[in-house]
Write a protein that binds this ligand. Structure first.
Ligand SMILES: NC(=O)c1ccc[n+]([C@@H]2O[C@H](COP(=O)([O-])OP(=O)(O)OC[C@H]3O[C@@H](n4cnc5c(N)ncnc54)[C@H](OP(=O)(O)O)[C@@H]3O)[C@@H](O)[C@H]2O)c1
Length: 304
């Protein structure tokens, strides 16, 4: 009988990690080790070493990250310590123990000046600290390992974490006026879809860089409008504004649609259109609320 693969998930209490862990459990195919900062602070080499020696994983899905894009501008050292050095620690012990590594990365490794979807082979050029720190993580993975999968995704939304959908719904609930940027175009991606794709990819002997997003594209303004429409909210107007008017700490790419070229080549079915998955997200949220479970997990705070 074939032995079961042991899969270690880092950042297991984060937005993606929570859904990924739940998805892995439903397959009943893997031995799962789920860790977050309490068990393994990836900035501490000794933590990473101890966890790897204790569990000896076959595959590591590295979701742990510093993800607050704006705050990273003022916390460069911390963002680098987690996303670059922390990832290096994980990659190093993957190499030591012969584990495959799946590293979750981001559309923000690109500058957004391309006007057509970014391919896995396109030149990277981050324009904010978060993007630079994630790219530095990618570079460590590629230097240290042969069997790695760098999976870039974008505009992540998951039930169990802060995200744009909750921000919009909360603003509506509080009666705050809504002004949303209309000059940044990307692909909202839902953690339940991404988790499916990651598990599919985990079984494939294919390595390198992969883009994994839902289908379609929109601006944040269009995304906000659709959230309000599908949530059945009437009489709330959204005002389109420019990034210049919004004035966030971090600069963001104006266009960061990721083409899932390698998944297409491997004949993976395209992930659903983002509008379809938004509908599914709202249905899951409603079901959770009815069951009395609060959907948002409050975390320490390197997250959004
Ligand atoms: N969110 C997006 O829009 C987006 C877009 C593209 C790519 N990604 C990438 O997708 C992955 C998952 O993102 P996500 O939104 O699920 O992130 P998240 O919700 O912020 O989860 C990240 C997890 O990592 C933990 N963590 C932070 N510092 C750590 C450390 N030193 N050691 C161990 N764990 C640590 C966080 O704990 P605390 O909460 O306590 O800090 C959190 O539980 C990340 O690699 C991210 O860069 C995200």
């Amino acid at each position: 009988m074939a032995t079961r693969k042991k899969v270690l998930v880092t950042g297991a209490k984060g937005t993606l990690g929570t859904d990924l862990v739940a998805r892995i459990k439903t397959t009943r195919k893997y031995d799962l080790v789920a860790v977050d900062i309490e068990e393994m602070d990836i900035t501490r080499l000794s933590d990473v070493k101890n966890t790897f020696l204790q569990h000896r994983p076959d595959v590591v899905i590295h979701c742990a990250a510093y993800t607050n894009v704006d705050r990273a501008e003022n916390e460069r050292e911390l963002a680098m310590a987690i996303n670059s050095e922390g990832t290096k620690h994980v990659a190093f012990f993957c190499r030591e123990l012969g584990a495959e590594m799946i590293y979750i990365s981001t559309d923000y490794v690109f500058d957004g000046l391309k006007q057509t979807p970014y391919l896995e082979t396109d030149r990277t050029h981050p324009i904010n600290v978060y993007g630079a720190s994630k790219l530095a993580g990618e570079e460590h993975v590629a230097v240290l390992l042969e069997k790695y999968k760098i999976c870039r995704t974008s505009w992540l939304c998951g039930i169990h974490g802060r995200n744009f959908i909750y921000s919009i719904l909360q603003a509506v609930a509080e009666g705050r006026p809504l002004s949303v940027v209309n000059d940044q175009i990307g692909r909202p991606t839902f953690t339940f879809d991404l988790a499916d794709a990651l598990l599919w990819l985990l079984e494939k002997p294919e390595y390198g860089i992969f883009h994994i997003t839902n289908s379609g594209f929109c601006s944040w303004y269009e995304f906000a409008q659709k959230i309000i429409q599908l949530a059945g909210i009437k009489g709330v107007a959204v005002r389109p504004i420019t990034s210049e008017q919004f004035r966030s700490l971090a600069q963001r790419p104006p266009y960061s649609v990721l083409e899932n070229r390698r998944l297409e080549q491997l004949r993976f079915r395209p992930l659903p259109r983002w509008e379809e998955s938004l509908r599914e997200f709202l249905a899951r949220k409603a079901a959770l609320e009815q069951s009395g479970v609060p959907p948002v997990v409050a975390r320490r705070g390197t997250s959004k």
